[in-house]
Each structure stands twice: as C-alpha cells, then as structure tokens.
Design a binder for this molecule. Sequence first.
Ligand code: ZN
Length: 343
Amino acid sequence: MSTQLFTTAIAGSLPKPAWLSETNKLWPQWKAEGDELKQAKLDATLLWIKAQEDAGLDVIGDGEQSRQHFVHGFLEQVEGIDFEHKVKMGIRDNRYDAMVPQVVATLRLRCRVHAAEARLLRAHTKKKIKFTLPGPMTIVDTVADQFYGDRVKLAMEFAELLNQEALALQADGVDIIQFDEPAFNVYMKDAADWGVKALERAAQGLSCTTAVHICYGYGIKANDDWKKTLGDEWRQYEQILPALAKSSIQQVSLECYHSHVPPHLMALLEGKDVMVGVIDVASDVVETPEQIADTIGEALKYVPKNRLVACTNCGMAPMDRTIALKKLQALGLGAALARERFR
Ligand code: ZN
C-alpha cells in the first residue's frame, strides 16, 4: 500500500523499437547479435523508463525489452532446456500453436537471467520498480516436457529456479516481483489445486512486494477468437481468486476494462492490493482519462481505495509503439483524474 491513491503501473511488456527487433509480433526476431544486441536491449529499456516517467507512472518496469517472449526469455538461461530442437505444441489448452523448447534433463539455472536490465532500471529511476517473471504453471504450459513426466513436479522445479532469480532481483533493488500466470485462467482447477502452491514456492523468502498477473492474454487474434467463446460473463477468476486470497502473494493484477469479467469478482480478493486493468491491450483505441477514471470508479465498489492500483489489462508487447505510448500517457492522466474525483 502506498500513500498516494491509485498508483499506476504497467502489467509488464511494452513494444520493442523497430531497431531492436521485428515489431507487432509475440516472438520477434532480434535485429542484432552478441554485444551489439546486449547494448540495444539496454538502450530500449532506458527509452521506456523515460517514457513511463514522462507519463507520470508510479511503478516503473523494464518493459521486457531484453526477452524475446515473456516465458522463453527466462528459459534461455536454464540448463536442461533444448532450444535447438523446438517442437510445435498447442498451448493454453490448445488455443494456439507455438514452437516451444523441450525439457530434456535436470533443470538448473546457468547464471543470472535478468541482472543487467534490473540493475539498469534501478540505476535510472528513483521510483518503485517492478520486475516480471513467468509463473511456474504458465512455464509448464509453454515447454514440451520430455524428462520429468509430471506437470506438478516440473512446476515445482521451475518454482525453485524462479525463486533463485527472484531473490537475486530483490538484492538488485527491485521493489515488486510479479509472476505472470495467464494459465491460471485456463486450468482453473489445477491452479487452485497446485498452481498457487507453486507460485508461493517461487515467491518464498521474498521480503519485497509480491504480485501475480492473471489475464486473458495479449491482443492477438487467437486470444480474441477464444474470448468470443467464453460467453457474456467470464467467471474464470471466480474459481482461482479465493485460493489466491488465502495465499501469501500480496498483489493481484486482473483484466477489467472491456473484459466480460463481472467486476464484483474483485471482492473475492479481500486483503490484497488489486491491480485493476483500466487499459485494453487488445484495442488500438486510446482510452480517455474519463473512461479510465470511470473504470476506477466501478472497481472502487469492490476494492478499497487504498488497495487499488491502476494498471494495463495485460502486456503491450505486440502493439504499435506509438499507440502503446499514448496508452501510457492516458493511464497517467486517468489516474490523476480519479484522484480528484474520488479523494
Ligand atoms: Zn497478461
């Protein structure tokens, strides 16, 4: 909790500049390699730190400029993963196909994964910084396992590796560590049975703020098509939020604006900070500050005002860069308007 009402944050990813990688893609190809690529990633991170600060955001992230994809970026530094022989696999309960690496041996972290960008972030802003990692259950759903043969065991192995990196990120000065678990909205029963437990293992021993992001995915066609099959009321959160409310995780990031989630489900998160999605990442239409303040007002019926963080529905990686920038600005202005309206 913070003293200022309605602090603002992004869910995680931001578009990569065209000089860094292909644009408007979920798995873009880099445009440089070796040391040049390393430097380009940090340059892009610095650019987005400045853009978030200029937009008046309160919690600053790295925009995930250093990773090709939010899950595979972490896996690149894990021993026991074969990236040479990727296989095609239906992910998120076969919603769409992805080329995924394979688990072929005992898993171990090769080295630090995100030290460079986390330290750069810490060095260049005085604001709170948030760092995102994929959640264990979502990782399990985005790799082909040829070794462990058990999803729960595999999730716990990944949770331990995530925990090592999370503790190191905390030592780098990160204030909030967020795990991204879109798979929770797909495998609700598994999420409640063991997903939350794996998540808590990943966050074990952290004294910084912990968070989880659960969404209906990026604004890509496969997700848009899937959402059309979910009916008028999306009630997935109803099955997982009670388990999260009982967990040690302190903040929960959810979709709100333009989603068909009944807003009253947010009341299930009593005792947690709620990062309310007030920016639609599946639409190029930029929200007005009034619309954002309205969404905050709706959420305030179910979330105490000192626990509400205004956020984006999901990451913005596949978006057009100029639109994403305008949405960041709208987020800053909308939260400022809400502070006047609801003080
Ligand atoms: Zn998301």
